[in-house]
Design a binder for this molecule. Sequence first.
Ligand SMILES: C[S@@+](CC[C@H](N)C(=O)[O-])C[C@H]1O[C@@H](n2cnc3c(N)ncnc32)[C@H](O)[C@@H]1O
Length: 171
Amino acid sequence: MLLRVDVMDAALRAFYGADPVDLRRERRVIALTPTGRLLDDALVDELSVESDVTLLCGRYEGFDERIVEHFASEAVSIGEYVLAGGELAAMVICDAVLRKLPGALGASASATEESFSTALHGRPEYPHYTRPAEYRGWKVPDVLLSGHHEQIRAWREERSRERVRGTGSPE
Ligand SMILES: C[S@@+](CC[C@H](N)C(=O)[O-])C[C@H]1O[C@@H](n2cnc3c(N)ncnc32)[C@H](O)[C@@H]1O
């Protein structure tokens, strides 16, 4: 079973009041498929500056390929595994994009220096600690309590690099 091209045409036409072939010239229309471009921080950044995005969710065996060819501007995957439907993939994209929008987070800087961001050169984020300074004998690293900003920055950079080495991701 596949999502039919004529049914998708009628659904998009009814919602947007326009031919879906034209819709993708005005906005990004993303078909969610396991074989599409892998979602990463760069793509989330791209989407977060768009004023409008349409996400098409498949079910069953997926889309009749003419939907992807003629109605979508691109195909996106949230990972190399198969979900039963595109709805959760759409929610993942919404969550990742919405938290990058102005005002979404209490401190906008929180979304800048995060795992895989440009600020961290695409590397995983360093570990975080908060109070208490010691719990069940597990201590917050001394350097983080030192107040020495340059040493803290160097410590964080090294922990971030270690995580790259730990996952085998290219540096
Ligand atoms: C069961 S899947 C179809 C799998 C397809 N027959 C294949 O083997 O590539 C049904 C729908 O779930 C969504 N989906 C499943 N896995 C996904 C993923 N990793 N990323 C994005 N969407 C996914 C897509 O919308 C897809 O059309």
